[in-house]
Design a protein around this ligand. Structure first.
Ligand code: CIR
Length: 256
């Protein structure tokens, strides 16, 4: 059961953030509106929100997920792999200290973006990417093992079209994972039940399970229907402006 989420609305210079997609510049007003609907959806799922102030020093800082990893009784402060984002952890550290007496940290030269880390209950998937390096993955594997979690690595460096591991997979429930075709053959997913994603709907692989509901992006009807058939209850949200900045539903909150 999740109780709380940390969120941060986009700042007015949100469009100055990093992006690898060619979908045009985001509209700030629409992004704020979509963020507000996202917050309402989290509340609908029973979460209490900690809302941080927008931070124009870091145009990507609305994507709070990349700065920390939440364990049942503690948190791990990451070291984001993009130099323009590494200062985002400073404020997050003091926010998390308000909830947890001690924090674990990824140490240099390790880098980890939260978007590369998929928590699937007792097992975690660690994406090695342009943002999360081998050393960061090694440190995280150790911290997770100490906390009683198993983990496996998925190297996404050769996989086109995804920034983070969770751009292409999501843990839906039990042993069920949504996985895009280009990752489905990875040995890490061998013993898992895979929900496939049709060509053209890859963005929707980034969906988020919260207390029996599934936050799901608007505009991907085939995967939405497939998940409904499997008994999932999607709560559909327009993410168009965040998609333009390489962001998905999971990136916009830290849930615990
Ligand atoms: C970035 O490139 O860092 C941001 N524009 C997008 C981060 C998305 N975060 C995520 O998927 N966890």
């Amino acid at each position: 059961m999740l109780h709380r989420a940390i969120v941060r609305p986009p700042s007015e210079n949100f469009a100055d953030g990093l992006t690898t997609v060619d979908l045009g510049a985001p509209d700030f007003g629409m992004a704020l509106e979509q963020h507000e609907r996202y917050c309402e959806a989290l509340v609908t799922c029973g979460l209490e929100l900690t809302r941080l102030r927008p931070d124009p020093l870091y145009p990507d800082s609305t994507f709070v997920e990349d700065t920390a990893l939440m364990l049942p009784k503690s948190a791990i402060l990451t070291r984001p792999g993009a130099p323009s984002r590494d200062g985002e952890i400073v404020e997050m550290e003091s926010v998390l200290q308000g909830f947890f007496p001690s924090l674990r940290r990824i140490q240099p030269p390790g880098t980890v973006d939260g978007g590369d880390i998929c928590d699937a209950g007792p097992h975690w998937f660690i994406g090695v990417s342009a943002r999360t390096n081998e050393e960061g993955a090694r440190q995280l594997t150790g911290i997770l093992a100490e906390a009683g979690f198993t983990s496996s690595r998925v190297d996404i460096r050769g996989v086109a079209g995804i920034l983070h591991l969770k751009s292409g997979i999501a843990h839906v429930s039990d042993r069920k994972l949504v996985v895009i075709d280009s990752l489905a053959a990875d040995p890490a997913f061998e013993s898992w039940e895979i929900v496939p994603v049709d060509a053209g709907e890859e963005y929707a692989a980034n969906c988020v399970s919260v207390n029996g509901r599934l936050l799901f992006p608007k505009g991907f009807p085939r995967l939405e229907a497939r998940l409904r058939t499997l008994g999932e209850r999607p709560l559909v949200l327009d993410m168009s402006e965040f998609q333009k900045m390489d962001g998905g539903l999971s990136c916009l909150s830290l849930r615990f």
